[in-house]
Design a protein around this ligand. Structure first.
Ligand code: SF4
Length: 386
C-alpha cells in the first residue's frame, strides 16, 4: 500500500537533504489502523517502537525519511558494518549534502571520499546513480522497486530497501540479518544460498501493509542486536516463544551454510619510491576491474603463479631497490593477496615516469588509496631503513 503523500515526500527529501520534515505520524500516535499480519509482525513492531537503533541516516519517529540518506546508507552498508559506515556517511553529507551536489562532484572527489570503504565499484555506481537521478528524474528519487532497480548500482535488495524505508512501499527486504532471523524463526534446514527463495517467501508473508518500512528496519535491528550470529538473546526477543530454533535450543547453527571455498592465494610486488623531498610515486589504476580508478603505488600483476625472481626489472624506474623483509597481506572477497614490498629513494630532481606522479606524503589522505595500498605504504615507511 502506498501512502498518498508520496510525490511531495520525495521532493522534500531530495531538495532538503539534511532536514527531516515532520509529516509521518509517529508509530505511537498512528491512526493507520491495526496491523494486518497477525501477532508476529505486531510484536516485532512493538519491540521496534521501544528499542529501535538511532542511526545517522534513519528518520526519527514521526519524521519523513530522506531518500538521499536512505539510498546513500544502503549503498555504503553493502558488505560493510554500521560502525565502519558512520564516519563515511557523515563525510559524504558534509561534502555532498544532496544528490545534486553529489552528481556535480568530480569523480576523483567521490572516489577519494570513499577511499577505505572498499568495493570501489560501489562508489563509481553511486556517482553514476546520482547523475542519473538528476539528469533523468530531475533530482527526485523514483519510489518503486522496479524504477529504482533501473538505476546504476541498485539491485534487488537495495531497490526493495529504498522503496520500503524511504517511501513506505510494501517490499520484501532481505539482508544478512533478515536471513539469520528468518532461518531461525522457521529452523530452515536447507543451507544458504539455496534457502534464499524460501527465506524471501517467508519474509514476504510477514510484511505488514501499513508499516513495511518500519518492519524492514525492525528485522534488521533485531538481527543486528538480539538475534546475533553467536549467543542470541532469545529471552529478550519479541519472537520469543514463537521461534522454532529457540524451541530446539540450537539457534546458533542457523542459518545453515554451504562451506565456502577460499579463493586461491595471489602474490605480487609493490614498489614504494620515496623522493628526498617527502613525495611518493603513485599512479591511478584503470577504471575497469578490481579497485578501478583508485590510487596505487606501482606494482606487478597479482597472480597465483607470481615469482619474485628478477622483479625489479618491472620497477617503474631504475633505482637501488631494497626488498623488505616480510609481506603485506590483504584479503579481498574472492582471494587473499600477499605483496612483497620493494622500496627505494630518489633525488628530488627525479620526475615521474609516464602514467605516474609524485604526491607529497602529507597529501596522501586526499588520494583515493584503497586499504591494501595504505598497508603497503605504511609497511614500507616502517621497514625501510633511513
Ligand atoms: S527467539 Fe532467539 S533465535 Fe529466535 S529470532 Fe529471537 S533471538 Fe533469534
Amino acid at each position: 500500500m502506498r501512502r498518498d503523500e508520496g510525490t511531495l515526500h520525495s521532493a522534500i527529501g531530495t531538495l532538503s537533504t539534511n532536514r527531516m520534515v515532520k509529516r509521518r505520524p509517529s508509530p505511537v500516535d498512528s491512526k493507520a489502523g491495526p496491523l494486518t499480519d497477525g501477532p508476529t509482525a505486531r510484536a516485532l513492531l512493538a519491540w521496534y517502537d521501544r528499542h529501535r537503533r538511532t542511526l545517522p541516516w534513519r528518520a526519527k519517529p514521526g519524521d519523513i525519511p530522506d531518500p538521499y540518506r536512505v539510498w546513500l546508507s544502503e549503498i555504503m552498508l553493502q558488505q560493510t558494518t554500521v560502525t565502519a559506515v558512520k564516519p563515511y556517511f557523515e563525510k559524504f553529507l558534509t561534502l555532498f549534502p544532496d544528490v545534486f551536489a553529489l552528481a556535480a562532484a568530480p569523480t576523483e572527489a567521490v572516489m577519494s571520499a570513499w577511499a577505505g570503504l572498499g568495493y570501489y565499484s560501489r562508489a563509481r555506481n553511486l556517482h553514476a546513480c546520482a547523475k542519473a537521478i538528476v539528469e533523468v528524474h530531475g533530482g527526485i528519487f523514483p519510489e518503486t522497486p522496479d524504477a529504482l532497480r533501473a538505476l546504476p548500482g541498485i539491485g534487488e535488495y537495495t531497490s526493495a530497501a529504498i522503496a520500503s524505508i524511504a517511501f513506505n512501499r510494501v517490499a520484501t527486504v532481505v539482508d544478512g540479518n533478515v536471513e539469520r532471523v528468518i532461518s531461525r524463526l522457521y529452523a530452515i534446514e536447507e543451507p544458504l544460498p539455496g534457502s534464499k527463495p524460501q527465506i524471501k517467501a517467508l519474509t514476504t508473508a510477514l510484511v505488514p501493509e501499513d508499516r513495511p518500512g518500519d518492519f524492514a528496519q525492525a528485522m534488521m535491528d533485531l538481527g543486528a542486536t538480539l538475534c546475533s550470529p553467536k549467543s542470541p538473546s532469545c529471552i529478550l526477543c519479541p519472537f520469543s516463544g514463537s521461534c522454532a530454533a529457540q524451541k530446539r535450543g540450537d539457534a546458533e547453527i542457523f542459518p545453515r551454510k554451504t562451506p565456502k571455498k577460499e579463493g586461491q592465494l595471489r602474490r605480487g610486488a609493490a614498489f614504494v619510491l620515496l623522493r628526498e623531498d617527502g613525495a611518493i610515486l603513485v599512479r591511478t589504476r584503470p577504471d575497469k576491474g578490481l579497485l578501478g580508478g583508485m590510487t596505487e603505488v606501482p606494482g606487478t600483476e597479482w597472480s597465483a603463479s607470481f615469482k619474485a625472481k628478477d622483479v625489479t626489472t618491472l620497477a617503474p624506474i631504475e633505482a637501488e631497490w631494497t626488498k623488505l623483509r616480510g609481506h603485506v597481506r590483504h584479503v579481498f572477497t574472492h582471494f587473499p593477496l600477499e605483496l612483497t614490498i620493494y622500496a627505494a629513494r630518489c633525488s628530488k630532481r627525479k620526475s615521474a615516469p609516464q602514467g605516474a606522479r609524485f604526491v607529497s606524503l602529507d597529501a596522501l589522505d586526499q588520494e583515493a588509496l584503497p586499504s591494501v595500498m595504505k598497508k603497503a605504504i605504511t609497511f614500507a615507511l616502517e621497514n625501510f631503513p633511513q
